[in-house]
Design a protein around this ligand. Sequence first.
Ligand SMILES: [Zn+2]
Length: 324
Amino acid sequence: MASTLSTQVTRHCVEELFNTKEEERMRRKLCLHGLLPVNSLVFKRTHKGDPICGGCGEQEESIEHMFFQCSKAQEVWKMAPLQWDGLREQTGNFQAWWTALLEATCRTEGKEHIELTVNILWQLWKRRNEWQFNAKHRHPWKTIQKAQQEWQEQKAVQSKQKIFTEDAVRADEKVDPEEARRNEIQIRISTKVQDQTNRVGMGIFASTFNNQWVAAWALIDRKTVHQMQSTAEAVKMAIIKARHQQWKEIVVHIPSPQLLKMIKERMAKDIKMATLIDDINDLRSLFQKCSFCLDRSLDSRCEVISDYALGIFQDEEWINPQCV
Ligand SMILES: [Zn+2]
């Protein structure tokens, strides 16, 4: 399935790609490339750790090295069911490669191929994290299989969503539910436990109603006896951060139904949890609106940040200057 790319820059195609709702998941992943904490970036930022790639041990781990140049990445690409021969010259610069990739929406099955490619990139990153944090080396074929499997699942979800969206539009053409939620900041959290170091990495990600990122935090904390307690700590920290930003309306996405129940009913089994639940409810009153919703879907941006947090020694914050 080797393909070459049209050199025509077709802005329309890119816009179309980003306009469709079903590409949202994909776009989210793309946003990540600026944030992916590869070793060389972490080293530059913190002067700690090792800038060298943990996969091959030969070169500094940049985004380009991790995705394309590393022998570990190349063994995966060799097994991929599609190739981007026309993009080979761009692999020295991820941004350029990415832009060129998006232009391929106009080729036959372009959109499908891009989606699969994004999944492969994502799995390359996950595979890298396996050796970086857990010293596990996944077979390249497994990586390709996983990318293909997720791609198939996404396609199935997309076709269902399409039917659902069309029905919803027909049923509710007058009221725009987004209108009422325009000022709400959506806050998502993720926690990652690292047993060897007894540390918990927390990722907090804030975005607007239309999924534009506003702020993100990587926080490091000590491991607690129960995972639920770490999640509750992360929720509390997220609300404190939101308060510092002077946001008035927030929606906090809670990944655990038990925790959501505890917050709503102000019930907890032990004193630590009871204190946390009280704190969360007290902080809540500082906002015009602070609601909680159940969200079990793991947000890839949050996951990246909580992974990243395990490698830092001091909390970090990113604020989107366009949203201040
Ligand atoms: Zn390498």
